[in-house]
Design a protein around this ligand. Structure first.
Ligand code: CTP
Length: 412
């Protein structure tokens, strides 16, 4: 595909170098058009070297090729990142005072804006009106991410992560026009992987969780516009880019990290496989086999139920905690006493979380697999929802359900 990447004059321009790499590594032919102001943040040499194409920001360069006409007509997609307040205003009013805005007026294909600016500028009615205008004309305007901005301030206005812009661009090229960013401005904490409970310096009790579902949830939440924090116990897969990673090993470490993260999390997803028990005693030295003594017996003690504690902390916070949504996972096999859903429904009520994602596990199911089939139970009483497919597809369904609960269902 031919992509025009328009770079606005904001500090986030440096992050767009990573976006450019994602496009070129996926085999796309990218022409970068920085605004004059953008070249004060990142020089044209960087864009030329990374794209392999000449870079200009003037309609008076290469006049014989009538560049703005050629680039606009040839582009399968135009991506503007960072879309500054000024650039959004110029695009909305149809100004054509440099190569980029001329190219925008000539563009036949889809156009994606990824805004970045200070919160006040983003929330200003002038900017919001410009965004509305652009959307009403069919352009896709992403919601900015929330978090630390250039100065000491923080709030909505951060450039969405390059991977999120990349995924949105691909979706747009595939014809998706309805850009839902249901978690824009939200902070989502996700625990993933399996805890390891040490016996001695070389041995531990662990479980078969691969972390794939938690990582897929982190990607889906990131792409839905959230600021994502991943509390990563042992995982077989690397954490995704564009999320904050807090590594943990044991259930007790995960509990500490979870309680520290609870206060500023709008959504908490406990997808980690937490060991219910840990060895009562952890030996400082390796446990040796000896012929002259009996075989060791390992005594286990209960680990705290982190999900339960998160619910208790949220409920104790009163109105301050009311907006926080807590999602648990349940791995159930069912048995002669009850079926999978009956056990899951009882667990949802017992733990008091808002949503419970139920995996039906068997010896060959779920752990380490790339596909999954779940039922999402809600405490608000709505119908159980089924989701099946790849872990990415299941995660997208879970995240979209979370967005729905946050935006449409009163919590608690
Ligand atoms: N969980 C937790 N802390 C624990 C154990 C589990 O926070 N010590 C969380 C898991 O991350 C998951 C949910 O609780 O979100 C359900 O875990 P599961 O092991 O299915 O249920 P249990 O409470 O352990 O109940 P049971 O063993 O009776 O099935």
């Amino acid at each position: 595909m031919r992509i025009v990447l328009g770079v606005g004059g904001g500090i986030a321009a440096y992050k767009v170098a990573s976006l450019l790499r994602l496009f070129t590594e996926a085999g796309h032919n990218v022409t970068v058009i920085p605004t004059e102001a953008a070249t004060r943040f990142v020089g044209t040499a960087t864009w030329e070297a990374l794209s392999g194409n000449p870079v200009s920001n003037s309609v008076f360069d290469g006049v014989h090729q009538v560049n703005h006409v050629r680039l606009g007509h040839e582009a399968d997609l135009v991506v503007i990142a960072p879309a500054t307040a000024d650039l959004l205003a110029r695009a909305a009013t149809g100004q054509a005072d440099d190569l980029l805005t001329n190219t925008l007026l000539m563009a036949h294909g889809p156009v994606l804006f990824a805004p970045a600016m200070h919160t006040e500028m983003w929330q200003h009615p002038a900017t919001q009106a410009n965004v509305e205008t652009l959307r009403s004309r069919g352009a896709a305007v992403l919601e900015p991410a929330t978090g630390r901005l250039t100065g000491a301030d923080s709030g909505p206005g951060r450039l969405p992560e390059p991977e999120a812009i990349f995924d949105a661009a691909l979706a747009l090229m595939q014809g998706q026009t309805d850009f839902q960013m249901p978690l824009a401005g939200r902070t989502v904490t996700i625990s993933a992987g399996g805890t390891r409970e040490p016996l001695d310096p070389v041995r531990f009790l662990g479980n078969r969780s691969s972390g794939k579902q938690g990582v897929a949830l982190a990607v889906a939440a990131r792409n839905a516009g959230a600021t994502v924090r991943l509390l990563a116990a042992h995982m077989d897969v690397p954490p995704p880019p564009g999320v904050e990673v807090v590594p943990v090993e044991t259930a007790l470490q995960l509990r500490e990290a979870a309680l520290a993260a609870a206060g500023d999390s709008d959504v908490f997803i406990m997808s980690a496989a937490v060991a219910d028990f840990r060895p009562a005693v952890v030996s400082d030295t390796k446990i040796k086999k000896r012929d002259d003594s009996a075989d060791p017996v390992i005594t286990l003690v209960r680990n705290p139920d982190i999900l339960q504690e998160l619910v208790d902390v949220r409920n104790a916070a009163g109105p301050a905690g009311q907006h926080r949504l807590i999602v648990g996972f349940a791995a159930e096999t069912g048995d002669s006493q009850g079926d999978v859903l009956a056990y899951a429904e009882a667990k949802l009520q017992r733990k008091g979380c808002d949503l419970l994602v139920v995996n039906h596990v068997g010896s060959d199911k779920v752990f380490g697999q790339d596909t999954n089939s779940v039922v999402i139970l809600s405490r608000s009483g709505s119908e159980p929802q089924e989701a099946a497919g790849t872990k990415a597809e299941v995660s997208a369904a879970i995240i979209s359900r979370i967005g729905y609960e946050l935006n449409h269902v009163a919590l608690n």
